[in-house]
Design a protein. Structure first.
Length: 339
């Protein structure tokens, strides 16, 4: 197949996307596919530019506001012809966050009639919107931590004492439409709440305040309607943050997780229910916490989970006997079949 790998982009997850592409592109070429590398912020890349961009690694922090602004300024000068993909069989989306994952790019590809990997524009937008996702989880009895949305207007008063009574302390503050824990804070008392909300608002006009679930963290990949083996994430801190996700050795991931068979099966059932109610496509990754009483809580769904060297979905596939190259092949074939 002739495959265009779209990556990079202008979101705060740009570095993560580049790291995904650095794994995906050579693996697809080893399978015999013709691969075109396209940074959606700068267009098609020649061999030298591709090598320079993909040789980097994910930094310990997301790109700075200045770095993102520079990339966005460059992207504004581009038009659709700059990364024309009409001559390919399938578009492989190695994008994370922003317009690459929230449905906007998917809508453009739908209008163009092109086959692409992942979920359609409606499902992508719904999965990115944590508030909408959690409402849908509740409709199919997938437990999710309690939450409220912060006032959207800057400077609006937050009744911190009331929020604490509703959600308890500590609680999570995060942008409603963001990934990789970018802009996320753990808030331990009312005095730190307003600052955390302002930090999250740097990345999104909508901010979610969410009950913090202490306990073990699990993840379940879904591939072509089948739940992959459950994985457990053991991070050094209280949350699986940006550094733990993308720095080698910062966290341990165990596949399959050490769980009784019945509990693993329940997590897989919940993951399939979450994937289904969001109407996600050929693959996704659903994240959970297990509380001290043994209850499972769905944190979020990822419509374009990472495919970096340390990413969770490839580890889950490997635990199911599916190599990384075969995982990519299945994803591409599923995209072609569903057009």
């Amino acid at each position: 197949m002739r495959i265009a790998v779209l990556f990079g982009g202008t979101s705060e997850e740009r570095d993560v996307s580049i790291a995904s592409a650095a794994q995906v592109i050579p693996a697809l070429r080893e399978r015999g596919h013709e691969v075109i590398a396209i940074d959606t912020a700068s267009g098609r890349l020649g061999p030298a530019a591709e090598q320079r961009l993909l040789e980097g690694s994910v930094a310990s922090e997301p790109p700075s506001d200045r770095a993102i602004a520079a990339v966005r300024s460059q992207a504004i000068t581009l038009c659709a012809q700059a990364f024309d993909v009409r001559d390919i069989d399938v578009v492989f989306l190695a994008l994370h966050g922003g317009a690459g994952e929230d449905g906007r790019l998917q809508a453009m590809l739908d209008l163009s009639g092109l086959a692409y990997t992942g979920s359609n524009h409606i499902a992508s937008a719904t999965a990115m919107d944590k508030d909408q996702s959690k409402r849908l989880f509740g409709s199919v009895r997938v437990p999710t931590p309690a939450w409220i949305m912060a006032p959207a207007e800057p400077g609006a008063a937050l009744a911190a004492a009331d929020i604490g009574r509703q959600l308890g302390w500590p609680l999570i503050v995060k942008p409603n439409k963001q990934g990789s824990t970018v802009g996320l804070s753990i808030v331990r008392d009312a005095g730190d709440l307003a600052g955390a909300v302002e930090r999250a608002r740097r990345y999104d006009t909508e901010v979610m305040l969410e009950q913090y679930i202490a306990g073990r963290e699990f993840t379940v990949g879904v591939l072509q309607g089948v739940a992959l083996p459950v994985g457990e994430i053991i991070a050094g801190g209280e949350i699986f943050d940006y550094q733990a996700k993308y720095q080698p050795g910062a966290a341990r991931e165990i596949f399959p997780a050490h769980l009784p068979a019945g509990e693993a099966a329940e997590l897989q059932r919940l993951a399939l229910a979450a994937h289904g109610v969001l109407k996600l496509g050929a693959y996704s990754r659903i994240d959970f916490r297990r509380d001290a009483r043994g209850g499972f809580w769905c944190l979020e769904a990822n419509s374009l989970p990472g495919l970096t060297a340390t990413s969770l979905l490839p580890q889950a596939a490997r635990a199911a006997g599916i190599s990384f190259a075969e995982l990519l092949e299945r994803i591409c074939r599923a995209a072609v079949r569903t057009r």
